[in-house]
Design a binder for this molecule. Sequence first.
Ligand SMILES: CC(C)(COP(=O)(O)OP(=O)(O)OC[C@H]1O[C@@H](n2cnc3c(N)ncnc32)[C@H](O)[C@@H]1OP(=O)(O)O)[C@@H](O)C(=O)NCCC(=O)NCCS
Length: 142
Amino acid sequence: MAIEYVDKAPTLEEYKEMRRAVNFMVLSDRIAANALNNAFHITTVRDNGRAVGMIRVLSDGSYANFITDVMVIPEYQGRGIGTEMMRRTVDFMKSTLLPGETIVLYLMSAIGKEQFYKQFGFRTRPNEVWGAGMSQWITRRE
Ligand SMILES: CC(C)(COP(=O)(O)OP(=O)(O)OC[C@H]1O[C@@H](n2cnc3c(N)ncnc32)[C@H](O)[C@@H]1OP(=O)(O)O)[C@@H](O)C(=O)NCCC(=O)NCCS
């Protein structure tokens, strides 16, 4: 294995293939291409050039930052790649700060992945301080 962490988007085809591999929702090409083009920061993990994992940050470029598309294809899971992607991403976001500044990182955990994210300082919601995170998917039918 020659694992590399490259701070650059995967191709559209690689993105669609990785999403398929982890059973994420199928996106239209337009939605998927814009998701890659408009992200704030993307790391793609490659093994001898093959895209095997990725992570994206969506951002206002400042305070509010959302980590999404955290994925490692099944044959590469459990080898520390997801941990390394998360560590690098949190470090990168810290590198955008000046001394004393604070920003927020949000993410939505898949069921059963909460422990994976807790090691990086994320807290589940609701808790004694914050209400629940909320979300919905919207579809235009015609
Ligand atoms: C969640 C996900 C990104 C984690 O990536 P990963 O590369 O498998 O993660 P890691 O290998 O760093 O850690 C996963 C587990 O393997 C263990 N592990 C870490 N390094 C390891 C190594 N070198 N060898 C064996 N196991 C290892 C970790 O302790 C961790 O254990 P846990 O399941 O108890 O938390 C990956 O499982 C995935 O893509 N899942 C499908 C998509 C998904 O659900 N994404 C999350 C959306 S919120």
